[in-house]
Design a binder for this molecule. Sequence first.
Ligand code: APR
Length: 165
Amino acid sequence: MATIEYVLGDITEQEVDVIVNAANSSLLGGGGVDGAIHRKGGPEILADCRKLRAGHYGGGLKTGQAVATTAGKLKARWVVHTVGPVWSATEDRSPLLADCHRNALRVAADLGARTIAFPAISTGIYRWPIEDAARIARAAVEDSELDLIRFVLFDQRSYDAFARP
Ligand code: APR
C-alpha cells in the first residue's frame, strides 16, 4: 500500500525515483511543468524524447499513455512523460486522466521505481478544474504498490484541493 503525500512546491526539486511530466503528444517540450522539467533537467531529456519519436512513438504519445526517459540533471532517476486530456465541458474525458496516473505508475513499477512525484496533470494549460482533477488523481493512485506517491502542487489553491481530507 503506498503512502500518499501532498506538498506545495516545485516538482523539479523532488528527490524521488520518478518525476511525472504533464507533457503533450509531441514529447518535444512545452510550457508549464513540461517547460520546467526540460529546463532544469537539461538537453538529455529532450534527446531521449527525440529517440522515442524516431522509434516506437513516431506518431507521438497518445493522451493517457506514459513513457519513461532519463531525468538528466534532476534529482530523480527517470522522468515519466504522460499526456493529459484537455478539459471538455461536453465530453467526459476523466477515464483518460485516470489512465495518465495508472500508466505512469505502471511504467514506474516496471522500471523498479519505489517513489514517484506527480504534478496536477491537465489543470494548467489544459484547463481541467482542480477539484475534479484532484478527485480523479487520488482515486487513480489509491491501490498502487509503490512505497511513496507524492503530489507536488504549485500553488495554494491546488494544494488545498488535493490535500483536503
Ligand atoms: N512544479 C509543479 N507543478 C507545476 C510546475 C512545477 N515546476 N509548473 C507548473 N505546475 C503546475 C501548474 O500550476 C498546473 O497546476 O502543473 C499543473 C499542470 O499544468 P501544465 O504544466 O500547464 O500542464 P497541463 O495543464 O497538463 O497542460 C499540458 O502544457 O506545458 C504544456 O507541453 C505541455 O502542451 C502541454 C500542456
